[in-house]
Design a binder for this molecule. Structure first.
Ligand code: GDP
Ligand code: GDP
Length: 478
């Protein structure tokens, strides 16, 4: 099967020794390995359980916003050194820190700052490398207090993340890239950047409706049931586009991300193809490959949900669609194997009906039909991804939002709860990616689910937000 496919080869092999090295350090158990796996896009458990893949490979390549770095995880190495905890931490980190262009100093935001953190931070400061302080385990609001405390380490402002839950990683990646030394010979990119900078609105008072998405590629996860055609699709996309993968032979198997270019935009496909291929060989890993899709989703902005159109919609497709919603990702529905579909109109309608009955968030989702096998129409995919990403980033101005909200309340009065009518007063969009709104009002937190659904559907239609999960929160006021 593999030989039919195009071999994965980097366009410009980069000797890995030339890539900037970033070291993850910190006391045991703060989550270094979890963060490492997150950034290189590889599951630790998969590494641990697969014969032939050694647990002690602590270095990996990570492609962050178009820059490839070597990432070194110092976790576990301390066990080799038979001295005090601090001595072991130091021994395990010394050579990595010496080589690094940037050190990620990790703390556990839930545990707060410990004497070991302080001691170790003092040593790291002395090494004179640029340091980024990472407050891990900060999911939800966890660790807000120790984030303040973390300033006392003298390593600057902490970046709060949850490596396990995939929160804050996009910001962290941005920070890492900003701390890297400039890329040698990026002449082409620079020219384009200048051109784009010129095109920005010059009038400082001009109203900005869509905040620019953070610079960098649009990240895509290709997900779907086994045999839907995900690998074929990725290979077809690669056949059309220039490609870059992890340049080291040892890394292609769990290659990290694949870069695609389309009309000046850069896309990064979080590639779990290697993991899937592996999964075919080893039954025990089949479940893991599903988790790999979940991991890919966490890293992505847009999910491309690939369906085998000849088979219609199955429960597993719905499960994956629910995952996409749970992770808050924008979605593009890809109906693959279109070459093998006979009645195309009926097939398309049947699939869309089934999806929109089962899942409200799939209503109006952008749909592309193509054949990954022949390549027919796959050029439609990336433009659809671009649009879905724009919607995901959208901001609705508060004025417009509240004009609509008043209408919505008039058309369907807020319900009675325990015999008293809820007084919903005001709505605001607190964030995008995905669009998230808050309703304020007396006892707003008691708003029943069906009324929230009514509002979410209205938001989706009125402000043209198809194919993205919409979050609606409530905040009671006195
Ligand atoms: P290391 O020794 O620094 O490499 O730490 P590990 O990566 O092995 O993680 C230590 C423990 O913390 C494991 O049980 C992880 O599951 C857990 N952990 C890692 N990241 C997070 C996180 O973001 N939130 C929470 N709650 N736990 C985490
Ligand atoms: P994955 O498990 O989702 O990665 O699926 P694969 O890419 O391995 O594809 C599964 C099977 O479907 C392979 O036999 C492919 O040749 C076939 N396939 C993939 N795309 C198409 C398509 O567009 N049309 C047809 N007829 N077959 C396809």
């Amino acid at each position: 099967m593999a030989d039919r496919r195009r071999p994965m080869r980097p366009v410009a092999p980069v000797p890995s020794a030339d890539l900037p090295l970033v070291a993850i350090v910190g006391r045991p158990n703060v989550g270094k390995s979890t963060l490492f796996n997150r950034l290189v896009g590889r599951r630790q458990a998969l590494v641990a359980d697969t014969p032939g893949v050694t647990r002690d490979r602590k270095e990996g390549l990570a492609l962050l916003r178009g820059r490839t770095i070597r990432l070194v995880d110092t976790a576990g190495l301390e066990e080799a050194a038979p001295t005090s905890l601090f001595g072991r931490m130091r021994a395990s980190s010394e050579s990595a820190v010496r080589e690094a262009v940037l050190v990620l100093f990790c703390i556990d935001a839930r545990a707060g700052i410990t004497p070991a953190d302080e001691h170790f931070a003092a040593w790291v400061r002395k090494q004179g490398r640029p340091v980024l302080l990472v407050a891990n385990k900060a999911e939800g609001r966890g660790g807000a207090a120790s984030a303040m405390e973390a300033y006392s380490l003298g390593l600057g402002e902490p970046v709060a993340v949850s490596a396990e839950h995939g929160e804050g990683l996009s910001d962290l990646m941005g920070e890492i890239v900003e701390h890297l030394p400039p890329e040698p010979e990026a002449e082409f990119e620079e020219e384009e950047d200048e051109f784009e900078a010129d095109a920005e609105p010059q009038d400082p008072d001009a109203e900005i409706v869509l905040p620019a998405r953070p610079a960098g590629p649009i990240r895509i996860a290709i997900v779907g049931r086994p045999n839907a055609g995900k690998s074929t699709l990725l290979n077809a996309l690669l056949g059309e586009e220039r490609m870059i993968t992890g340049p080291e032979p040892g890394l292609t198997r769990d290659s990290v991300a694949v870069t695609l270019h389309d009309e000046g935009d850069v896309f990064e496909v979080v590639d779990t193809a290697g993991l899937r291929r592996k999964a075919r060989i080893d039954e025990a890993l089949e479940k893991m490959s599903v988790s790999a899709s979940i991991e890919a989703l966490k890293m992505a902005e847009v999910a491309v949900l690939v369906l085998d159109a000849t088979l219609g919609v199955h429960e597993q497709d719905l499960q994956i669609a629910r995952l996409i919603e749970r992770e808050g990702r924008a979605c593009v529905l890809a109906l693959n194997k279109w070459d093998a579909v006979e009645d195309r109109n009926a097939t398309r309608q049947a699939i869309l009906d089934r999806l929109s009955i089962s899942l409200a968030q799939m209503r109006g989702v952008p749909v592309v039909t193509f054949s990954a096998l022949t390549g027919a129409s796959i050029h439609r995919l990336l433009p659809a991804v671009r649009e879905a990403c724009a919607v995901w980033n959208a901001r609705v101005p508060t004025g417009e939002l509240n004009r609509w909200f008043e209408d919505a309340l008039e058309r369907h009065a807020a319900p009675l709860v325990e015999g008293r009518r809820l007084k919903l007063r005001y709505m605001t969009q607190v964030k995008s990616r995905p669009p998230t709104f808050v309703i304020f009002g007396t006892r707003a937190e008691q708003t029943p689910e069906d009324y929230k659904r009514y509002l979410v559907n209205g938001l989706r239609e009125t402000f043209n937000l198809p194919g993205v999960p919409i979050r609606l929160q409530t905040r009671g006021t006195k």
